[in-house]
Design a protein around this ligand. Structure first.
Ligand SMILES: [Zn+2]
Length: 201
């Protein structure tokens, strides 16, 4: 069957999303084709605004609404600026916020070191993190990168970069599913790992 180009384009676009194979992509495209017009319209608008309506916070690189000078957490007077939790992705901030047990601030690396994928320190926001510590006022850096090979390597690298600076460097306690992402850990496990964090040495 030869599909009209707009349908094929939609299928191709869906198939580029993570976890969506060609069959699911086709099913979603045909669902939208038959759905009321406002659903497609709402979806199109949400997709556009997802990009145009957001920016990275210039301090912590968490995602924030366009037009804000910094994200809500960096701007909040209730969050301790002396404690900075370093995570790989903005989704990890969400996971840690859901635990309700963290009152410090964050730093989003935007990935992890991976020689295989060609991701080096300059691709991440590590120098900006070191800059934040050098600027003063940070007592503790909590390295909350994923419990994976890349996450561990990234934590070690950052610890080396911070050596000699007047800051305590800790790592989340073991107990998180090895190789898994922080965002998949349940809230109590994550909270336990945070509370049980240990000095890196
Ligand atoms: Zn921020």
């Amino acid at each position: 069957m030869i599909l009209p180009e707009p349908v094929q384009n939609m299928i191709n676009a869906f198939a580029r999303l993570p976890g969506i194979g060609p069959k699911t992509a086709s099913r979603l495209a045909f669902f939208l084709l038959n759905a009321p017009a406002d659903l497609a319209g709402d979806l199109a608008q949400a997709l556009t605004e997802l990009k145009t309506g957001t920016v990275d916070c210039p301090i912590c690189f968490n995602i924030t609404a366009a037009g804000r000078e910094q994200c809500e957490i960096c701007a909040s007077g209730e969050r301790d600026p002396g404690v900075v939790c370093v995570v790989e992705e903005a989704l990890d901030v969400l996971a840690l916020e859901r635990t309700g047990g963290y009152q410090g601030r964050y730093h989003v690396l935007r990935g992890a070191l991976s020689p295989i994928e060609g991701i080096g320190p300059e691709d991440l926001t590590i120098s900006q993190l070191v800059g934040r510590v050098r600027a003063g006022g940070v007592r503790e850096i909590i390295l909350a990168t994923n419990p994976s090979m890349e996450g561990d390597a990234t934590a070690m690298y950052i610890q080396q970069q911070l050596a000699g600076l007047d800051v305590r460097v800790t790592r989340l306690a073991r107990g998180l599913p090895i190789g898994g992402d922080l965002e998949y850990a349940d809230q109590s496990t994550l909270l336990r790992a945070l509370m049980g964090r240990q000095e890196m040495g």
